[in-house]
Design a protein around this ligand. Sequence first.
Ligand code: F6P
Length: 374
Amino acid sequence: MSPASKSKNIGILTAGGDCPGLNAAIRGIAKAARDTHGMTVVGFLDGFTGLVENRFVPISDELSTGLLTLGGTILGTSRHKPHKMPLPDGSTRDMTGAAVETYRRLNLDCLVCIGGGGTAKNALRLQEAGMNIITLPKTIDNDVAETDVTFGYDSSMSIATEAIDRLHTTASSHKRLMLVDIMGHNTGWLALSASLAAGADVCLIPEVPYSFDAVLVALRRRLERGRRFSLISIAEGARPAASRDEVKNKEDRQSKKKNGQGPGNGKPTERPSSQAFLLAPKLESALGIETRVTTLGHVQRGGIPTPTDRLLATSLGITAAQWIADGKYGVMVGVKGIEMVPVPLEKVAGKKKTVPMDHPMIRTARAIGLCLGD
Ligand code: F6P
């Protein structure tokens, strides 16, 4: 036990969309913080909401047992931001003061926020309001800036890969086009990696605006080679090249309208429509092949984490505990190669890591003839 950390008190929260590995991270932080560094640990419920509303549970030895393999988050999560907490009438209120009050009342030395780029942005605001913060990068989207990888991504990649594998056999039996809509927000990490791993024929991602004609050419080529079925994976953020500006303007308008939407406000959160449903009828009539669409949706976020995610989440967790013991705050625990590196929150907050065009996965796709729609 390091003497400097003997009496430290820490809080943990999980925010944003859940993913496999959150509980493994909570366990990693709690075990190292409590057992190695002698800290006391509490967990706030439902993301930043618990912090603002002073709702928390002590993370005892008993509570952190059996968490390594458990999906979801025992703490609950939400997308609410302390500076914009939703009120029943649909308006929002800045509750940063209440968050700071909870932190002070519990005499916390640090708050660990487990989340993506949006969570880092909220965490940075709390740091500016006087809290010590460390964040851990999680999301199935793998889109957090300044880290090679996020936990949750490997598990969802496995789920999406298995789904495409399964679609493969039924597509081949029925000689159909199978379109599969894959999550990933505005990036194509998940769709691209699963498509490569499962041997999809076409993969459309936001980073590569697609042309319908290019997709047709690729599918016709397969037909000419006697392949009567094809697998087309489509990242939820993929968009056609031609209407990119048009779509972007519409999405901007939608996101501006978003205030007051969401859970608890009686209004559903709007999402841009999936390209899969737009493309399916067009491809079916252009190629004369029966076509089906599968939306993987939240299945990709559920269930047990893969061993890789368990290891990553645990390593990130124990590193956070070590840095708190050392008094190293204001950073995300980033992954560079096999090292954990401190990344200033300012470099992560609200940023997004997209798939670079010179990424090995793009080169691999080109080399094996996976059509990216360009
Ligand atoms: O960020 C994770 C993610 O699953 C994205 O891939 C997806 O766009 C979004 O969350 C879905 O969010 P919700 O759970 O609010 O529907």
